[in-house]
Design a protein around this ligand. Sequence first.
Ligand code: ADP
Ligand code: ADP
Ligand code: SF4
Ligand code: SF4
Length: 595
Amino acid sequence: MRVAVINYDYCKPDKCNLECINFCPVNRSGGKAIELSDIVKGKPVIYEETCIGCGICVKKCPFEAISIVNLPDELEGEVIHRYKVNGFKLFGLPTPKNDAILGILGKNGIGKTTVLKILAGELIPNFGDPNAKLSKDEVLARFRGKEIYNYLSKVYNNNLKVIHKIQYVEYVSKFLKGSVAEILSKVDERGKLDEVKELLNMAGFWNRDSKVLSGGELQKLLVAASLLRDGDVYIFDEPSSYLDVKERMNMAKAIRELLKNKYVIIVDHDLIVMDYLTDLIHIIYGESAVYGRVSKAYSARVGINNFLKGYLPAENMRIRNDEIKFMLKELSDLDLSKDAKIKIEWSKITKNLGDFKLFVNEGNAKEGEIIGILGPNGIGKTTFARILVGELKPDEGKVLPDKLILSYKPQRIIPNYDGTVQQYLESVSKDVLSTSSWFFEEVVKRLRLHRLLESNVMDLSGGELQKLYIAATLAREADLYVLDEPSSYLDVEERYIVSKAIKRVTRERKAVTFVIDHDLSIHDYIADRVIVFKGVPEKAGFAMSPTTLKAGMNEFLKELDITFRRDADTGRPRVNKVGSYLDRLQKEKGEYYSM
Ligand code: ADP
Ligand code: ADP
Ligand code: SF4
Ligand code: SF4
């Protein structure tokens, strides 16, 4: 069986010589596998029945608009949905259960949201025929005898009420009116307002207007609204974005405690959260924007390990060529000895800003060094960076040298540029798009931004926008790069690609990069040293001196009272259940982050 996908955003018949059609061997021998069609406004369509899957059109198209994959014939019966002719194809569906929290793991563009929409009853599947307008009864008839039948028939007959928290919280903010308390009081169908407020730690912004919330506060508001509504099926699409580590654990705990014996389905890229929160995991594998296939259910631990290893034993399927590894690194590969050249140096610093007080211990950063910043939201991380580059004057203390150039990516990413990706990148730096530069190869291409150059910045998805803003921040020549939450909306693989790009740019330019991120595996992967921020958010922050990853993680987790062990199989960090044997043992030994 063949899946032929044409990305019609990239296909430009007026700028090519119709190579896809002219070189097709089926066409050349008198058949018809590909032709211009009115179905898609004078662009080509590929007939999967006659196409022999040779891939010549894929190679000949100058805009990389075509993808062809050959799949085993038995998959034919598993097709669930196709949005349009020569569009993305979804195979298989997970079956939700009311006694297990279901997790869905997979890269971006692989069909996770499509699955959620089908399970929510928001999207009626067409079984691969984009022109079929099937009724719900027809859909159920197709699923008769399958595991999913009972679940979907209850959803379609309104015997199950579905609550769905969507992925991009920014999208919702413009529809919100009133304070957090007002909004949540209105949706509290279960009489659990106080409990949710407490579990998600929302007192600090309870009376704040919804228009001025930070990313994390907005996320909590939406998770809270879902928990308060009286439903049977609860769907959470990326609930951990913008939350700090403690808040992620609170969120996971709240979902576990408040949604017992409900159908709960979670999509998230934070493996630590998925590990802690879900019981069963389905992996969706395939090719982004081309096809996605839902795997069998695995127990959470095994599913995550299989995902990292890139191999699914139950289906005997390799889903990635290489394994995603967690390096158990005690030491960085950068020279951090006394003789290594110092790029930035600071004394003890204090700064008062309104009601907030910041205290910083002395420290330095070496040329080419990446420093991971660990701490909750509102603890002074941004303020510290602004002091380092001279944007804010400290009340006491000093920074050397006193003039540094900063390149900064803020936390919330909002599309606010009227123009194309290419124009945006060129406005930041003239030569980033020169195809001979290493930046183009290592950053732009690896982040797959070269395929989006003609897209409007306003039309990008959250993940695409995040990658664009990271690339633009790294494109500027600077002494200090500060990346605030580069991981939100990126999938696990993209996080590693971004991490590598950060490392390359920092080392190459002998600059210093501060990475603020709540995904601890990012720090595990790239930080040479870390700075831990402690204190009381919005009141007082204490920045410690830079320290090794091991000592810093330990300090940070001690503050949170959370212990991590290492998975024996893959080395990935896993949260210990509070009070478990390992939790107690590690706390006794003061080993909060086991290496
Ligand atoms: P994920 O949630 O895993 O990022 P989605 O389920 O949102 O992926 O989308 C899977 C693919 O389906 C995407 O690559 C996109 O190209 C395609 N797609 C999604 N929505 C539509 C739509 N409304 N029309 C056409 N194609 C779509
Ligand atoms: P983080 O980056 O750790 O989230 P910030 O450094 O942005 O934290 O902020 C720390 C605290 O300082 C917050 O409570 C914030 O409201 C406060 N703050 C930041 N800038 C100012 C300012 N210009 N005036 C008054 N308070 C501020
Ligand atoms: Fe031209 Fe490529 Fe579109 Fe074919 S697929 S018409 S070669 S741009
Ligand atoms: Fe023609 Fe080969 Fe392309 Fe199919 S894959 S449309 S047979 S060139």
